[in-house]
Design a protein around this ligand. Structure first.
Ligand code: SF4
Ligand code: MG
Length: 317
């Protein structure tokens, strides 16, 4: 609820921060048990920062994280949260320690929680986890460099499963992989979701993949949630002008279809945010109010939310 993350960039001679970068601004999002919520937006819009802040990998500037209705600052709730919500990282090359064997990597979370202290028990548990991600038990004694990108990501997923989580934050889990491997990993994530009843926060900049995976989709722009709703509706009937732009820029298989024209300009620097609606310099519908007043995310239809002054009653602009 109301998650905000601000980074300070550089300091002056008194040690005061020169600039602040509002990477995530007042974002609220619910992930229900067993569902996948997709989070999309261009790179640099704060998707990973949001996930890392919610998980506590970055200290948050403001807001509250609730797990099963309890504030995770509460000791017992926080302990449960850290075990039951895990993360899969974008880059399977840098997220696995090259000096550790696969068994050491996968069993690290178990060691951290003093589980499976007995060697035999631990090896059995690791073999079971490898089996869940379709890797052979022999993989346990090998090192990350001996595997392809897709296999490494399977190791990363096995590590995330080690503590039997209920929810996994998947931060662009396939964007570093070859297209043929992407489908395998996505299908495996879906199978694991069904078998284990997992919930996912599925982050990607590829809207088609997010649509394929998610029941609900949130769209981020410059650190803010600008649209949220059921996946098929956001994809087929986007309400926010930025979502319309994102969907219009999905490449089309038909070369005769010109698609939508590009939006004017580029994403502004998060260090120099535009006043009012942060999307106004690129928005074809911007008016005077948009240049001065910041829109908040509000309900605009059944289960649909948008942060735009001009979206009315679930009708697209
Ligand atoms: Fe465009 Fe105004 Fe809506 Fe922002 S608030 S998206 S500038 S119409
Ligand atoms: Mg990212």
């Amino acid at each position: 609820r109301h998650i905000t993350k601000v980074f300070t960039v550089g300091t002056d001679w008194l040690g005061r921060p020169k600039k602040v970068l509002a990477a995530v601004q007042d974002m609220s999002l619910v992930i229900h048990q067993g569902e996948t919520v997709g989070l999309v937006g261009e790179s640099g819009c704060g998707k990973s920062t949001f996930a890392r802040t919610v998980l506590g990998l970055y200290g948050k500037t403001g807001g509250t994280v609730l797990y099963k209705g309890r504030d995770t600052r509460d000791l017992a709730a926080g302990e449960l949260y850290r075990r039951q919500v895990q993360m899969i990282f974008q880059d399977p090359y840098s997220s696995l320690d090259p000096r550790m064997t696969v068994e050491e990597i996968i069993s690290e979370p178990l060691r951290n929680y003093h589980l499976c202290a007995d060697g035999r028990e631990r090896r059995k548990r690791v073999a079971g986890l490898l089996n869940q991600v379709d890797l052979r038990a022999e993989a346990a004694q090998r090192y990350p460099h001996e595997f392809s990108g897709g296999q490494r990501q399977r190791v990363g997923i096995a590590r995330a499963l080690a503590l039997e989580p209920e929810c996994i934050f998947c931060d662009e889990p396939i964007s570093a992989l070859d297209v043929s491997v992407q489908v395998q990993i996505v299908n495996m994530l879906r199978r694991l979701q069904q078998e284990l009843g997992l919930s996912y926060l599925f982050i990607a900049h590829d809207l088609t993949m997010v649509h394929h995976m998610s029941r609900r989709i949130g769209v981020m722009y410059l650190g803010r949630l600008v649209e949220l709703g059921p996946g098929s509706e956001v994809f087929c009937r986007p309400l926010h002008p930025y979502t319309q732009l994102l969907i219009a820029s999905v490449p089309r298989p038909d070369p005769a279809d010109p698609g939508a024209p590009d939006a004017a300009g580029e994403v502004p620097s998060p260090l120099e945010l535009p006043a009012g609606c942060v999307f106004h310099p690129r928005c074809p519908y911007a008016n005077q109010r948009c240049r001065t007043e910041t829109p908040v995310l509000r309900q605009v239809g059944a289960d649909r939310f948008a942060a735009c002054h001009q979206v009315q009653g679930g009708d697209a602009l």
